[in-house]
Each structure stands twice: as structure tokens, then as C-alpha cells.
Design a protein around this ligand. Structure first.
Ligand SMILES: Nc1ncnc2c1ncn2[C@@H]1O[C@H](COP(=O)(O)OP(=O)(O)OP(=O)(O)O)[C@@H](O)[C@H]1O
Ligand SMILES: [Mg+2]
Length: 93
């Protein structure tokens, strides 16, 4: 397999926690991309575009509400422990 990261129609919606509010935030609204082995990949977009949410899903800290993402063929939502064995994260913060 050449693609190490595969993101397929990924969605993440945040539901409001307080009652009376009915606004659902679509943080990630159906993105798809692949990153091949050895490739440097930049995820660019304006503030609020969903970059941090997408990275959160790929690093197993955020659960997607739709679509699928795999690292090395392993589903990040279904097998987070197996994914974490294979990744390293250097956060900007
Ligand atoms: N935990 C959360 N609960 C509710 N809404 C959230 C949450 N996290 C992010 N959002 C919303 O989801 C959208 C995407 O946010 P996200 O932080 O992923 O964007 P970003 O591309 O990383 O933005 P920035 O460039 O400002 O870092 C924004 O509208 C944000 O307000
Ligand atoms: Mg961000």
C-alpha cells in the first residue's frame, strides 16, 4: 500500500451542549485526501476550516461523525490503540 493516510468523506459535527440552542457546527464537511509514504503534506485553510479537528481525528483524539480515516490501513475510530502505536505527533502548542 502506497498511501499511508487515507481520508474518505470525513465529517465531524459538534452538537450544542446547552438546551435551547439548535445550531450544529459542521467542523469537517466531507473531506477526502490521501498521503503517500514519504510525502510531506500540508493541510491549509482559513481559521475555523476544520484543520485541527481533522488532525484530532487522525490522531484518535476526536471521533468522526461520518466517513472514514485510516493510518496504515487501520481505522482511526475503530482501532485507536493500534493507530497510536504507529504515529508520532509534534503539536504546535
Ligand atoms: N470542541 C468543539 N466544540 C464545538 N465546536 C468546535 C469544537 N472544536 C472546534 N469547533 C468548531 O469547529 C470549526 C472548525 O474548528 P477547527 O479548530 O477544527 O478549525 P481550524 O481550521 O483548526 O481553525 P484555526 O485556523 O483557527 O486553528 C470551528 O467553527 C470551531 O468553532
Ligand atoms: Mg486549528
Amino acid at each position: 500500500m502506497n498511501s499511508v493516510i487515507v481520508v474518505d468523506d470525513l465529517h465531524k459535527s459538534y452538537k450544542p451542549k446547552t438546551k435551547g440552542q439548535s445550531i450544529e457546527v459542521k467542523a469537517v464537511d466531507g473531506i477526502s485526501f490521501k498521503v503517500d509514504k514519504g510525502e510531506f503534506f500540508g493541510l491549509l485553510g482559513p481559521n475555523g476550516a476544520g484543520k485541527t479537528t481533522t488532525i484530532g481525528i487522525l490522531t484518535t483524539r476526536v471521533l468522526p461523525t461520518g466517513g472514514r480515516a485510516t493510518i496504515d490501513g487501520i481505522d482511526v475510530a475503530r482501532q485507536p490503540v493500534e493507530v497510536k502505536r504507529r504515529i508520532g505527533v509534534a503539536s504546535g502548542e
